[in-house]
Design a protein around this ligand. Structure first.
Ligand code: EPU
Length: 334
């Protein structure tokens, strides 16, 4: 069924807990219903397609149409001895999909446990955590655009890189379903952060155990949006030329880093923000999380502008201290 709401509150649709409204909110449950909305020209401009609202910051009331997919369903489309291929609706809650795979002993999604959001947005954002990225599971992405043209993008055509995909550039192209490939034989990614350390407390490494460990590590660092509004990492980790890193390393020998390739190094923005003394600090109702400086939080009643004011101050500090410009991962709207 198609749901249409006018002058609709977005409070339940953004994890930052910003209290704004949209002129129109359209929700559809099937690909056919989305086709119908397009044919009937109900999707007028400006329009924004959202997922779980876990990577958005609304600055103002939205003056147009906000679209949301409730396309559900997880369907096995192919299976062999090594792998299973699943077509998943864009409206499926990401972590429900992870739970589904873990319960069936299918490998690949477990490190992405508890990432807020929905399956459609997972492809748009190329979500990642603990050494895994969703691009490594995606086979193809089904879309429809505002002209009603349907296209399936193969993984190679999606232009995936760190927190990036072609779908961020394509205006008015909506993800309807994603096909994933999960492995059937044991294969874990355990070398990121403290995963191996935590695993020592368990008698064996299983998918369920890895899921539990990731959940434990995440909840010790990241605030639960139900308790305190936030959108996970507010900034992306900057990728810099190796020469820049080498000279910073002389001044800051403890600077953590990940090699991207021979010429580029990724530096954790959270570490730099922490070094600037921002952890646990606030400007009004907008705060820097006290356990992970990469996360900005709504301490209660913050507006989008409040969060952006804090974000600008944090960016300036990092630029002043390290000479590195950091950019938001979160998309500001309005
Ligand atoms: N660090 C500090 N202080 C801080 C935060 C981090 O010193 O306040 C240091 C840590 O000690 C560590 C390094 O910085 O040495 C990296 O920190 P962490 O492993 O916590 O990861 P991150 O770079 O801060 C990224 C992702 C997260 C993902 C984690 C784990 C981005 C923008 N963020 O964070 O993704 O969960 O790795 O893989 O790439 C998200 O995108 O919303 C998100 C939470």
């Amino acid at each position: 069924m198609i749901h249409v709401y006018e002058n609709y509150s977005l409070l339940a649709h953004n994890t930052f807990g910003i209290d704004v409204k949209t002129a129109r909110f359209l929700e559809y449950e099937t690909v056919n219903e989305l086709r119908e909305l397009i044919q009937q020209k109900q999707i007028t401009q400006p329009c924004l397609h959202i997922g779980g609202g876990s990577n958005l910051l609304f600055k103002n009331d939205y003056p147009g149409v906000i679209l949301h997919s409730r396309i559900t369903g997880i369907e096995v489309v192919e299976e062999n001895e090594e792998a299973v291929y699943l077509r998943v609706g864009s409206g499926v809650v990401w972590d429900d999909f992870v739970a589904y795979c873990v319960a069936r002993n299918w490998y690949g999604a477990e490190n992405l446990t508890d990432i807020p959001g929905e399956v459609g947005a997972s492809a748009v954002q190329n979500i990642g955590a603990y050494g895994a990225e969703v691009k490594d599971l995606i086979v193809s992405v089904d879309t429809i655009n505002l002209q009603g043209e349907e296209r399936t993008y193969t993984n190679a055509e999606c232009g995936f890189s760190y927190r990036q995909s072609i779908f961020k550039q394509l205006q008015n192209t909506f993800v309807t379903q994603v096909v994933f490939k999960l492995g059937k034989s044991e294969r874990f990614l355990l070398d990121y952060g403290t995963i191996r350390e935590e695993l020592k407390q368990y008698p064996a490494v299983t998918l369920a155990v890895v899921r539990e460990v990731v959940r434990k590590i995440r909840s010790s660092k990241l605030p639960d949006p139900k308790e305190q509004g936030n959108a996970g990492s507010f900034f992306m980790n900057p990728v810099v030329p190796r020469a820049v890193f080498d000279s910073l390393k002389i001044q800051y020998p403890a600077m953590p880093h990940y090699d991207v390739d021979a010429d580029r190094v990724k530096i954790p923005a959270g570490w730099m923000i922490d070094q600037c003394g921002w952890k646990g600090k606030a400007i009004g109702a907008a705060g820097v999380h006290d356990k992970q400086a990469l996360v900005l939080v709504n301490r209660g009643g913050a507006t989008g502008e409040d969060i952006l004011r804090l974000s600008a101050a944090v960016q300036q500090s990092v630029l002043d201290k390290f000479g590195i410009a950091i950019s938001p991962e979160v998309k500001a709207v309005g």
